[in-house]
Write a protein that binds this ligand. Structure first.
Ligand SMILES: [Fe+2]
Length: 234
């Protein structure tokens, strides 16, 4: 599958041609996402169709995948996913394979803090997020100059202040962080998201103290009823 042209035009993304280049890349000079584009062999749709999973996110084990009754193309898809898992584990990462069948979150507060809202991942120590969508709609991202932190939007900030006043006696700024509101972003007018695409393996920068680059702002696609996604995340 061809790369989204917005990926190629985005100065914050570096496209590489091998796994080693993805691993060895140093985030600097504002580049906060690296993509290894791939056309994968295998029938991932068949795997998804054979999975009987409840609503929400199901972690797929190797045993479960091997228990599926699949054609050779479906088997190939499983081999590809397990090989990706293995190469990330060899790098001391902890990948999971997930089947996403909608989300079970409920949106109550004035600011969304779910994975379908543009956000930065965060950690307390140096780390990054690895991501590959094998089947279904892929994640999407925005350049940092195309977003505004939701807590910096005056109307939102005011709503949050009122919400905070009813709820908590923790200092406001601390409360914003505690509830992850500072990690969520609104697109600026005219912002055009880039799609991560299916099959491509991505490594994106997250927010942690001392990070040399701003975090990559991204989101999971809105769920489509009846459509399951298959993805790797670490
Ligand atoms: Fe995320």
């Amino acid at each position: 599958m061809a790369l989204d042209p917005f990926v190629l035009q985005n100065p914050q993304i570096c496209v590489v041609d091998a796994f080693e280049a993805l691993v060895g890349f140093h985030f600097e000079k504002g580049v906060n996402a690296v993509c290894w584009p791939r056309d994968l062999e295998g029938d991932f749709a068949e795997v998804v169709n054979r999975l009987d999973v409840p609503q929400g996110i199901t972690h797929l084990t190797e045993e479960l995948l091997h228990s599926l009754d699949l054609s050779p193309a479906g088997q190939k898809a499983i081999e590809v996913m397990l090989a990706d898992m293995e190469r990330l584990r060899e790098r001391a990462l902890l990948p999971t394979l997930d089947c996403v069948n909608g989300y079970t979150h409920e949106i109550e507060s004035p600011v969304r803090t779910d994975v379908c809202s543009f956000h930065a991942d965060s950690a307390t120590v140096q780390a990054d997020t690895w991501l590959c969508t094998y089947h279904g709609a892929s994640s999407e991202g925005l350049r940092n100059d195309e977003v505004i932190c939701r807590v910096d939007v005056p109307e939102t900030r005011e709503e949050l202040r009122q919400w905070h006043a009813q709820e908590d006696d923790m200092p406001f700024e601390e409360w914003l962080e505690e509830h992850f509101y500072t990690l969520h972003y609104a697109p600026q007018p005219g912002a055009v998201p880039f799609r991560f695409g299916t099959g491509n393996l991505w490594r994106i920068a997250l927010q942690y103290p001392g990070s040399p680059v701003p975090p990559c702002i991204h989101r999971a696609p809105d769920p489509v009823p009846g459509e399951k996604r298959l993805l790797l995340i670490s």
